[in-house]
Design a protein around this ligand. Structure first.
Ligand code: FAD
Ligand code: SF4
Ligand code: SF4
Length: 485
């Protein structure tokens, strides 16, 4: 049999077919087509099966990448799926939206001169094939334990924990203030990066396995944390971060100056067929408008690319640093440029101008000065560089902070850090309130889906240890049971 791996020398890197910019900007569908079977096997076979796989070390889930690449190269797809899903609750989602250039692929050792193995595309291919073939199974437990867990937040952290704990036999109740399961997977991340039926089929799998979802249920409004704790044996807080950061400049109260999440959630709801009065009235629709997006992270990239798809007349992205220093994924910047977005580097807003609605941004030019304590060059305003950028809508994408969780949940004993994130004992993942754990962005600050999944899995393992102790299991057996699972 011909060698099926180590083929990076004779087989070039090939991504799945990317739809042309002119075609893809006419709809909100994902931009990559599926890898075809033959190419998936070939691309997986480019892996050199490193003894110390740096790709795996730099995957937050420690995915056993070389093994599933080998199985794929050999056409043993079901085994590849078993390996991929052993460490990841949503491999098809991570394959689509992880910033692979900063994680697994960015650390693939064949990158130099040969370009990395297309790990994300193969992971997506394996798992989409598993769905098509009926290999994806819900977390049906062998027996019920009689203990119940309440999870606040149906984003990736809460869902990963729910799946892991359900598999271990706990009764799981997930509470979310939204009307759909998925958190930012549904209402933040646009369809062209992650089609919503991909999230919906995961959600259905969990509901079919007996996980009970209580939607439109806001902790703080519909129950306090103490009231919820009284219903369950343990609680997980996985509420994410939603308070938009802002810069105090004149004109912030003008019409059509909007926050990124308001804009993106409205667009996602439109794609889902929901009624969105602010979109229908035109306030959150970029069609035919000049659009300015302020910010340089992945949320800003999602806003500019959404505006293009809505049919904006022009889309500019204002960022106070340069291309090299922007936090967003370089892949996303390249896609945005292909789609016609203009990046205005080293520029920051000084005021929003208008009478009623915004008509322009008064901006200043920036130069990067000496590095600060973190090593990043501090932005400095260039004197007399004020100028106007005409616009009909300003979308602010400046990042997110946690809401006041102790206040919102009426639980003053819940400890938080100076950034407002929930404070944990990182060995047990328990908060300062007994039996209450936390995971995901609400602990890390705004981060990535793959880290939320990792945190949800880690929290589930720690909650299992706690719950077993609560159930009066033989304390000496606990570490062995945990290790065996
Ligand atoms: P979330 O996904 O935010 O879920 C939290 C859930 O808790 C929500 O459903 C919310 O409704 C619920 N909730 C909050 N408060 C309450 C309450 N009081 N009561 C009940 N429910 C409550 N990451 C990537 O890896 N790749 C990307 O391409 C990417 N793109 C992004 C684009 C945008 C626009 C944004 C904003 C983020 C993006 N991220 C991306 C980051 C990623 O989405 C988050 O890191 C991840 O979703 C965090 O998961 P989580 O479960 O901690 O929180
Ligand atoms: Fe790469 Fe993300 Fe998959 Fe890990 S989960 S292998 S980082 S795409
Ligand atoms: Fe294969 Fe690259 Fe990972 Fe090495 S670093 S095991 S070549 S994917």
């Amino acid at each position: 049999m011909a060698n099926r791996v180590l083929r990076f020398i004779d087989v070039a890197q090939q991504m799945p077919e990317k739809r042309a910019a002119a075609e893809r900007t006419r709809d909100f569908d994902e931009i990559y087509r599926q890898l075809v079977e033959e190419h998936a096997h070939e691309q997986a076979g480019r892996c050199s099966q490193c003894g110390v796989p740096f790709c795996q070390i730099h995957c937050p889930l420690g995915n056993n990448i070389p093994d599933w690449l080998l199985m794929t190269a050999e056409g043993r797809l079901e085994e590849a799926y078993e390996i991929a899903s052993a460490t990841n609750n949503m491999p098809e989602i991570c394959g689509r939206i992880c910033p692979q250039d900063r994680l697994c692929e960015g650390n693939c050792v064949i990158e130099k001169g040969f370009e990395s193995v297309t790990i994300g595309a193969v992971e997506k291919y394996i798992t989409d094939s598993a769905w098509e073939n009926g290999w994806v199974k819900g977390p049906t437990p062998r027996s019920e334990r009689g203990q119940s867990v309440g999870i606040i937040g149906a984003g990736p952290a809460g869902l990963a924990a729910a799946e892991e704990l359900r598999r271990r036999g706990y009764s799981i109740h997930v509470y979310d203030r939204y009307d759909r399961i998925g958190g930012l997977l549904v209402y933040g991340i646009p369809n062209f990066k992650l089609e919503k039926q991909v999230v919906a089929r995961r959600a259905k799998l969990l509901a079919d396995a007996g996980i009970q979802f209580h939607l439109n249920f806001e902790v703080g409004r519909d129950a306090t944390l103490a009231e919820l704790s009284a219903r369950h044996h343990a609680i997980l807080i996985a509420t994410g971060v939603y308070k938009a950061r802002d810069i105090a400049v004149p004109g912030a109260g003008l019409g059509n100056v909007v926050q990124a999440m308001t804009y993106l959630a409205a667009s996602n709801r439109m794609s889902l067929g929901d009624p969105v009065p602010d979109f229908e009235s035109g306030a959150l629709d970029a069609k035919g408008k000049d659009v300015v997006v302020v910010g340089g992270g992945d949320t800003a990239m999602d806003c500019v690319r959404t505006a293009v798809r809505q049919g904006a007349k022009s889309v500019k992205c204002l960022y106070r640093r340069d291309r090299r220093n922007m936090p967003g994924s370089m892949r996303e910047v390249a896609y945005a440029e292909e789609e016609g977005v203009e990046f205005v580097w080293l520029t920051a807003p000084e005021a929003y101008l208008g009478d009623g609605d915004v008509r322009a941004v008064r901006a200043v030019r920036i130069r990067l000065g000496a590095p600060d304590a973190t090593g990043r060059q501090a932005p400095e305003i260039v004197e007399r560089s004020s100028h106007e950028v005409a616009t009909d809508i300003v979308i602010k994408a400046l990042g997110f902070d946690p809401e006041d969780i102790p206040g919102q949940f009426s639980e003053p004993n819940l400890g938080v850090t100076r950034w407002g994130t929930v404070r944990l004992d990182h060995r047990t993942m328990m908060t300062s309130v007994d039996g209450v754990f936390a995971a995901g962005d609400i602990v890390r600050g705004a981060s990535l889906v793959v880290w939320a999944i990792r945190d949800g899995r880690d929290a589930a393992a720690q909650m299992h240890i706690y719950l077993q102790a609560q159930a009066g299991a033989d304390a000496d057996r606990l570490p062995a049971v945990a290790a065996a699972e």
